[in-house]
Design a protein around this ligand. Structure first.
Ligand SMILES: Cc1cc2nc3c(=O)[nH]c(=O)nc-3n(C[C@H](O)[C@H](O)[C@H](O)COP(=O)(O)O)c2cc1C
Length: 421
């Protein structure tokens, strides 16, 4: 019976343990989590979502405070189009976050940054170019381009000195999306170094509609493998979404996939950035608590716990401080919903807004509890302690469980009654 450790993920001329920990913004996949994956010989992701805020928390910079001060005059204005990112400051924050992570890296693995292209930041191309280039400047091993994949994203950095050396990959959820991207990059003579195929059971935003239940990751992978073979294209595929045990991973590796990307099981590790109380919410969740809804202003369905505070909270849009979801015209779907409710309920101070949420503010405050479909199984991966809380795990324990387990088993950690959850 095979284990994940019987396989290796080959990128260029190097081999890695075929386990990637997926990017989870905002700072849920912390540097500490990514560094553990790299130390153990796999691949970890940090995320550049809301990087100025992440930098402020980690390095005592004042990007958010300064931006809020600059745009304070607009806080009560319903129109947020005036709010812009200073590209030099955006680059500086990215270089700080990426640079500090890379400086701490040990071991044979790699660290990538997850760039969600749906963070359109009121100037989609310019901000994306800045984010990608400054991550490369700061020495990141590779970049995964995700959520809202922009067909022209490789083109934006084609003149960067590291364009052909750094590992560049994409996340797709269908053979069609992949075909469109490959057609677009053909003229650059620069194929992706890896392709993450994310199925409908993943956490975060989904690359599917509300009919996500009709899709199956194994079938999508089979289709993509057949397409790549037919076209004679050799790019490693990484399977993501619902890979919960080492045996789940082996089932993909045996059919020719080069690695797996996993995330949900790491949300309840010490290294994960979510507050301890939120980790306990994830542990406690039952299957009925996990929903897919349309409250993300990006327009993509998103999976989350139904008790998440972000649902229905009618907070004022925080664009003067954040503004990561402002589109090319300076608008965000939440602003429309919020303004509609405020105008319809002049007597109420904070009318609830049910159809959309202020994703920037809520993700920043760990109040949007996005999660993978199998979150309800997390309680089976640890011990329940005497105080009713669940024992939080180490990233090393979860990583090694994926790497070495067989027979769909999940290794429980050594019981630590004294651990405060
Ligand atoms: C809490 C959480 C946050 C996530 N955030 C992001 C994100 O910011 N960008 C992204 O591309 N994927 C995101 N994902 C998706 C993961 O990177 C990963 O591909 C997927 O969840 C793997 O499936 P699994 O969670 O079933 O292991 C997130 C997943 C979780 C659980």
């Amino acid at each position: 019976m095979k284990r994940v450790d019987d396989f290796r993920l080959r990128l260029g001329n190097k081999e890695y343990v075929p386990i990637m920990i997926g990017g989870m913004g905002v700072d849920i996949s912390t540097s500490e989590l990514a560094l553990e994956a790299a130390r153990l010989g796999g691949i970890g992701h940090i995320s550049d979502a809301m990087v100025q805020d992440v930098s402020d928390r980690k390095f005592d910079t004042t990007f958010v405070k300064d931006k809020t001060k600059l745009y304070k005059f607009n806080i009560n204005n319903m129109d947020k189009a005036v709010v812009q990112f200073d590209l030099e400051r955006l680059a500086e924050a990215t270089r700080l976050h990426v640079g500090a992570t890379m400086a701490a890296k040990k071991g044979d693995g790699l660290i990538f940054v997850n760039c969600m292209e749906k963070l359109t930041m009121n100037a989609p191309k310019e901000t994306l170019r800045t984010r990608l280039s400054s991550a490369l400047d700061a020495g990141i091993d590779g970049i995964t381009m995700s959520a809202g994949l922009h067909l022209g994203s490789f083109e934006l950095i084609k003149d960067h000195p590291r364009f052909r050396e750094a590992k560049l990959g994409i996340i797709v959820s269908s053979v069609r999306a992949l075909q469109l991207f490959l057609r677009k990059v053909a003229k650059l003579n620069r194929l992706p170094d890896f392709i993450i195929v994310e199925g409908p059971l993943a956490g975060g935003h989904l690359g599917f509609g509300f009919d996500w239940k009709n899709y199956d990751l194994h079938l999508i992978i089979d289709e993509i493998l057949a397409y790549l073979r037919q076209e004679n294209i050799d790019i490693p595929l990484i399977a993501a979404g619902g890979v919960f045990t080492g045996s789940d991973a082996v089932a993909f590796l045996e059919k020719g996939v080069a690695g797996v990307q996993v995330a949900t099981r790491f949300t309840v590790t010490h290294e994960c950035g979510m507050p301890e109380s939120v980790k306990q919410e994830y542990f406690r969740a039952s299957e009925e608590d996990i929903i897919v809804n349309g409250i993300s202003p990006t327009g993509y369905p998103m999976r989350m716990l139904k008790s998440t505070p972000a649902i229905g909270s009618g907070i004022r849009p925080g664009c003067e401080s954040y503004g990561y979801l402002l589109d090319a015209t300076g608008n965000c779907a939440y602003i429309n919903s919020y303004n509609r409710e405020v105008l319809a309920n002049p007597e109420m101070k904070n009318p609830p807004v049910m159809d959309k949420t202020c994703l920037c503010t809520h993700m920043r405050n760990y109040n949007c509890w996005t999660c993978g479909h199998y979150t309800y199984r997390l309680k089976d991966t640890t011990h329940k302690l005497a105080d009713g809380n669940y024992q939080v795990l180490s990233a090393e324990h979860v990583f090694k469980d994926y790497q070495f387990s067989v027979d769909n088993q999940i290794a429980l950690p050594e019981r630590q009654e004294s651990v405060a959850a």
